[in-house]
Design a protein around this ligand. Structure first.
Ligand code: BEZ
Length: 225
């Protein structure tokens, strides 16, 4: 199977999750989705990450995004681990309740489909020597198109604010003919898409500023009333 790239259709699959069996495309429905993988249950970095996603779930929901985790263990293990995540998160970072599904993938079926397995790190393997998943993220739009992929090493926890930031950029770019500059956050000035002529820009973005002939800035249209 060819590598998954930005613009590929996210492969559909059926899986058991902590919230019951799913068919992935049906589960996404007309929402956006974030599918993110973890090396294994009861591991420290993963525990902090899942707690953070649980606390940030309202931020994902505000953007019409469903979140779903994957860890290369079985359901009964996930169910026990969730109790630890809630407990640790609540003790250290405020009320934490994992109420999104985590896919059980002990045989690495989904992990193989999404090329989430570690090919390099000899320490990121289970007791049988089978590679664990690395920390991947797939942002998938309502047409089931992959819009962002990330792969982080097992040792490094991800920054979920960055995932939200990219979703803001993608959703603004889908709605308006704009792109977003370095370090952009919702509300900062955006770039008029290079495909928009100056004539069109006068109508679409009155008051836009030409900083360089190919770099025109305008207020973020996604925050206007
Ligand atoms: C962790 O989540 O802490 C972790 C998992 C696998 C390898 C290294 C760290």
């Amino acid at each position: 199977m060819p590598a998954l790239r930005l613009g590929s259709i996210a492969p559909d699959f059926e899986a058991e999750t902590t919230q019951g069996p799913i068919k992935f495309h049906d589960w996404i429905g007309s929402s956006w989705a974030v599918l993110f993988s973890h090396p294994a249950d009861f591991t420290p970095v993963c525990t902090t990450e899942l707690g953070e996603v649980a606390r940030k779930k309202p931020e994902f929901e505000k953007r019409g995004v469903k979140v779903i985790g994957l860890s290369a263990n079985a359901l009964d293990s996930h169910d026990k681990w969730i109790k630890d995540i809630d407990d640790f998160g609540t003790k250290t970072s405020g009320s934490t309740h994992v109420d999104f599904p985590i896919i059980a993938d002990p045989e690495r079926k989904v992990a193989t489909l999404y090329d989430m397995l570690d090919a390099v790190d000899p320490t990121n393997v289970d007791s049988k020597g089978i590679p664990f998943t690395v920390r991947t993220v797939f942002v998938i739009d309502p047409k089931k198109i992959i819009r962002l992929t990330l792969s982080y090493p097992a040792q490094t926890g991800r920054d979920f604010d960055e995932i939200l930031r990219v979703i803001d950029s993608l959703q603004a770019g889908d709605k308006y003919r704009i792109t977003t500059p370095v370090n952009w956050h919702k509300g900062d000035d955006v770039i008029v898409h290079p495909g928009v002529s100056n004539e069109e820009a006068k109508t679409l973005f009155p008051g836009f500023k030409t900083v360089l002939p190919y770099l025109r800035l305008t207020e973020d249209p996604s925050v206007k009333a």
